[in-house]
Design a protein around this ligand. Structure first.
Ligand code: ADP
Ligand code: AMP
Length: 216
């Protein structure tokens, strides 16, 4: 399965990715996770991305496309992959089309998780991430068993610098102007799978797995 997770910030892409990659045994490729890891390691790419991320802007296409192209060429992607947070605008989608064409593969499905804006700011500001494994929790909707400790790996939880009310609103605006048009782009290609993300996390996963079952 070669899949893309599309949806606004806070829609539950990272949350649902855990269940999807477990079922299909494919790598989870989150561009946001890649940039946060690069920043922790203090690489040049991470430092370049930081300013954009902190203000809620998109990292320039040439950086993101380069990172994804390199990642898709790794051997673990031969069996499939789940892209999360990429592509995020028309230029990135067209660049991805070229990469997959060059690799003689195709995208099987684009999982579009739909959640109304009024839910998203609460989801983003209450989000807590694991420093160890990147798992995402929520102070109300998915509280860890022990406060600030990851249920999966025992790592310390932290709040992302860009999960403030102000930056969340900026990211939502960018989503609507630049990323949401990709729903039509992939609908025209016949690969979109529309999922109601405004329900319990388990119900969202069940809807995704059912939709993927139809394209297997
Ligand atoms: P994304 O990767 O799309 O930005 P996340 O998966 O990190 O979003 O989810 C954002 C926040 O919302 C997290 O704190 C997560 O625990 C919470 N969340 C995810 N799905 C749901 C849901 N269906 N209902 C309530 N909260 C959710
Ligand atoms: P995410 O973890 O998906 O919420 O992404 C966090 C931040 O990383 C975004 O707000 C952007 O600054 C940057 N980023 C992640 N993916 C992309 C992308 N495909 N294009 C541009 N910037 C990105």
């Amino acid at each position: 399965m070669r899949l893309i997770l599309l949806g606004p910030p806070g829609a539950g892409k990272g949350t649902q990715a855990e269940g999807i990659v477990q079922k299909y045994n494919i790598p989870h490729i989150s561009t946001g996770d890649i940039f946060r890891a690069a920043l922790r390691e203090g690489t040049e790419m991470g430092l370049k991305a930081k300013g954009y991320m902190d203000s809620g802007q998109l990292v320039p296409d040439e950086i993101v496309v380069g990172v994804v192209t390199e990642r898709l060429r790794k051997s673990d992607c031969v069996k499939g992959f789940l892209l999360d947070g990429f592509p995020r605008n028309a230029n990135q989608a067209e660049a991805l089309d070229k990469v997959v064409e060059h690799m003689s593969i195709k995208i099987d499905g684009v999982i579009n998780i739909d959640v109304p804006d009024e839910e998203l700011v609460d989801r983003l500001t209450g989000r807590r991430m694991c420093k160890g494994c990147g798992a995402s929790f929520h102070v109300k909707f998915k509280a860890p068993k022990v406060r600030n400790v990851c249920d999966s790996c025992g790592g310390e939880l932290y709040q992302r610098d860009d999960d403030t009310v102000e930056t969340a609103k900026e990211r939502l605006e960018i989503y609507h102007s630049q990323t949401a048009p990709l729903i039509e782009y992939y609908t025209k290609k016949g690969v979109i799978l529309n999922i109601n993300g405004n329900q319990d996390m388990k119900a969202v996963l069940a809807e995704i797995i059912e939709a993927l079952g139809k394209i297997e």
